[in-house]
Structures are given as structure tokens and as C-alpha cells.
Design a protein around this ligand. Structure first.
Ligand code: ZN
Length: 139
């Protein structure tokens, strides 16, 4: 067993291994495989497409795992981690805004800044603090 472990360690030496992007790719493969299995009887063509998409992702995941171009693989991974973080924090923010019953939130059409206004003021005109655009809304 120890020998096997050492052999594996030697094989993986200097290689990328499984990072967050690798894990995400493997999960995506599994999900695609499962969905494709379910679709097989109802939509054979869609099932085949998903099956091949999963295959391509598997190859990609294995390629990244054994890749020796660590610099490039780390760059890809950090881009993925950052994207996921942005998405998650955006969703968390939306949840918090939804829970806030005392304020109404308006998104500026000009610069996408979110402006907060107390509820119960009737029709209001808000000036965006960032770009100065006027937003009309009901609170
Ligand atoms: Zn604005």
C-alpha cells in the first residue's frame, strides 16, 4: 500500500493535481452524466450531446490534473474561484436586500449601482450617487 502511495506521489510530482476548478469540472461531469442517463429514453439526441459534453469535460479535468504547466493551471483556477466568489456574494446580497423590509432598493439604469430608499415615502425621485442619473420609483 505504501509502495502504491509513493508511486502515486511520484506520478503527481510537479503536476497540477485536483484544484477547485478540477473539482468543479468533475462535478459538472457527474451531473451531465446523470442527466444524460435520465434523458436517454425520452430524448436520445440530447442525452448523447450531454454524454459527449461530459466526456470532453472528463478529458479536460484529467488533462488539467496531470498538466505540468502549473502557472497556467493556477491562473485558470484563480479566475474560476474569483468568478464563483463574485456570484456567491452577489446572491447573498440579493437575499439580504430581500429580507430588508424597511428599505426599497433601486438599481440605477446608468451604472447598475444599487440605491437604498426608506419604505413609505410614496413616489420618489432618487439621484444616483455615482453617476447622477435620476431614478423614479415607488416606495
Ligand atoms: Zn448611476
Amino acid at each position: 500500500m505504501q509502495k502504491l502511495k509513493n508511486g502515486f506521489a511520484r506520478l503527481m510530482y510537479g503536476r497540477n493535481g485536483v484544484d477547485q476548478l478540477g473539482m468543479a469540472t468533475i462535478w459538472a461531469c457527474l451531473i451531465l452524466d446523470i442527466v444524460s442517463m435520465f434523458l436517454q429514453r425520452r430524448a436520445a439526441v440530447a442525452a448523447a450531446v450531454l454524454y459527449w459534453a461530459a466526456m470532453v469535460l472528463w478529458v479536460l479535468a484529467i488533462f488539467r490534473m496531470f498538466s505540468k504547466n502549473l502557472y497556467k493551471r493556477r491562473e485558470e483556477n484563480s479566475r474560476w474561484v474569483q468568478m464563483r466568489w463574485k456570484f456567491q456574494s452577489g446572491r447573498r446580497g440579493a437575499k439580504e436586500r430581500h429580507a430588508d423590509k424597511d428599505h426599497k432598493y433601486f438599481t440605477c439604469k446608468g451604472c447598475k449601482t444599487i440605491c437604498r430608499v426608506p419604505v413609505g415615502k410614496g413616489s420618489v425621485e432618487i439621484t444616483c450617487p455615482k453617476c447622477g442619473m435620476k431614478i423614479h420609483g415607488k416606495t
